[in-house]
Each structure stands twice: as structure tokens, then as C-alpha cells.
Design a protein around this ligand. Structure first.
Ligand SMILES: [Fe+2]
Ligand SMILES: [Fe+2]
Length: 272
């Protein structure tokens, strides 16, 4: 399976009311889980900026008009996500969390990564992380336990658009790599290192947020987070198989065709 020919990637310029006082309480599974999401939010503005640059670098090499249109839509969607997560992170800072220090550190880290890697390696990092966001987004939309706070809407919107554009960077990578076996080795190797670094950083940032809120010793909170990640819905447990499928030489993100989730969401929005 490849990207469906009739796929429409919509750009939705949405703005959400993100109030600092809601950031600890918005998730029904409690503040440790809310901070798991909040920690991921810290990565988006700089991370998605890097994805945009990595894909745009190859703009001139894309001849297929459908892919060129998808790239445009991808850039538009990621730019909106960056903007809303920047506002989200400002709200985290207003809530007294040490977000600026984490963002500053991340910026320096990504600059070092960009200095030491080629454009193609940066695109390989992008497709690895886009695969993670697509798996997390699909899981989040299927097992929707996010509740109905405004902040949950930010995550739903972001998850929908990550699902829509999940194959764009991947299709660009396939287009610009000439030797399939070397491309396979590159994307697989980069996925392994990206997996370790990305999750180490997410949990590091999560720990900083939880500790700043004085909840580091709250074992019930940690138990709740463990349940959420490993049992119900089991975000990390359910990550493993889709992650492993990435290592199949014939992998393509649309082999998991979950476009119906986007349609369901649109229908819900229209009904509301
Ligand atoms: Fe995004
Ligand atoms: Fe994305």
C-alpha cells in the first residue's frame, strides 16, 4: 500500500484557549499523565521546525504534482502545530514550570544534531519521528480517553493532522533516495538511534515537570502513569508492533490505513 491517491491533507488554522491553570488537571488520568503530554508538547515547536526544514530542503527534487501539493500541506500543518504548541508551552511557563530551560536545552541539542548530520540524515530522523507521531496519534484517536477539556482538543486536532500527513516525509525520502538498500539501512539505523534518544528525552523532560510540581514522590501518580502507558490504553505497549513494522523493507505508513479516524473526527466536528 502507498499513499491513497485521493488523500486530501487539509490545513486547518485552529487556535485554542490554553489556560495555565488547566495544564495539570486537563487529563482524566491525572497530573502525571497530563505532564507526559505536556512534556511532549515541549518538543513540538523546535522539532516540527526541523521536520519542515528537512522536507523543504528537497522541494526542488519533487516532480510528482500530488506529492508537491502534499509537501505544501505538510509544511502548513506543521507550522500551525508549532504555533499552537508554542502557545501551549508559554502557558506551561506561566504555570510556573521550567519550560524555558528545557526549550533552550532542546534548541541547542537540535542545532548540534543539524551541524553533524547531512540533509538526508535529517530527513531520515524526520521520517522516524513522524512514524512515532503517527503511531501515537492513531492510538490516541482510537482509544480516546482524553476527556473534553480544551487542551484535549489541541491533542485531537494535532493527532488528526499527523494521521493525514503521516506519509509525506516518507514519500519524499523514497523519492530522493536512489539506492533502495542503502536507503533501507539508513532509515533503519536512524530509527534505532532516534528511538533511544527521543524516549530518553521525553522521560527526562517529564521527570523535570513532575519534580517541579513536587509530585516526584507521589507513588499513586506514578502507578497511574504506569497503568496508562503499559495497561490501559497501554500507549507504550501498543507502540511496539507498529514500531517493529518500520523495519520491514517494504514498509509504508499507509499500510496501516486508519484514514477513517479522520473522517469520524470531521463528522463529529460538523455535528457539533
Ligand atoms: Fe505536527
Ligand atoms: Fe507531523
Amino acid at each position: 500500500m502507498t499513499t491513497p491517491a485521493n488523500l486530501q491533507i487539509e490545513q486547518r488554522d485552529r487556535r485554542y484557549a490554553i489556560h495555565p491553570e488547566d495544564l495539570r488537571t486537563w487529563h482524566p488520568a491525572g497530573p502525571h499523565v497530563a505532564h507526559f503530554f505536556n512534556a511532549m508538547s515541549i518538543f513540538f515547536p523546535e522539532g516540527e521546525k526541523m521536520f519542515i526544514e528537512a522536507v523543504r530542503h528537497y522541494r526542488d527534487r519533487i516532480e510528482d504534482p500530488a506529492l508537491a501539493r502534499d509537501v505544501q500541506a505538510f509544511v502548513g500543518q506543521e507550522a500551525m502545530h508549532s504555533r499552537e504548541h508554542r502557545r501551549y508551552n508559554e502557558a506551561l511557563a506561566e504555570a510556573g514550570l521550567p519550560v524555558e530551560a528545557l526549550e533552550g536545552w532542546l534548541k541547542g541539542f537540535l542545532e548540534r544534531v543539524k551541524e553533524r548530520t547531512s540533509p538526508l540524515e535529517q530527513l531520515a530522523v524526520t521520517i522516524a519521528l513522524e512514524h512515532f507521531t503517527a503511531i501515537l496519534a492513531g492510538g490516541l484517536l482510537e482509544e480516546d480517553g482524553l476527556g473534553d477539556a480544551e487542551i484535549a482538543e489541541v491533542w485531537r486536532w494535532h493527532a488528526i493532522e499527523e494521521t493525514e500527513h503521516k506519509a509525506v516525509a516518507y514519500d519524499v525520502f523514497e523519492t530522493v533516495t536512489e539506492r533502495p538498500f542503502l536507503a533501507y539501512l539508513l532509515r533503519s539505523g536512524v530509527m534505532l538511534s532516534t528511538t533511544v534518544i527521543f524516549w530518553a528525552l521525553v522521560f527526562r523532560f517529564h521527570w523535570v515537570l513532575v519534580r517541579a510540581d513536587g509530585m516526584a514522590g507521589d507513588w499513586r501518580g506514578w502507578l497511574g502513569l504506569g497503568r496508562y502507558l503499559w495497561l490501559r490504553p497501554g500507549v507504550l505497549r501498543r507502540l511496539f508492533l507498529p514500531w517493529a513494522r518500520y523495519f520491514a523493507p517494504s514498509f509504508h505508513p499507509w499500510q496501516d490505513d486508519n484514514h477513517h479516524l479522520v473522517e469520524t473526527w470531521k463528522a463529529t466536528l460538523e455535528a457539533a
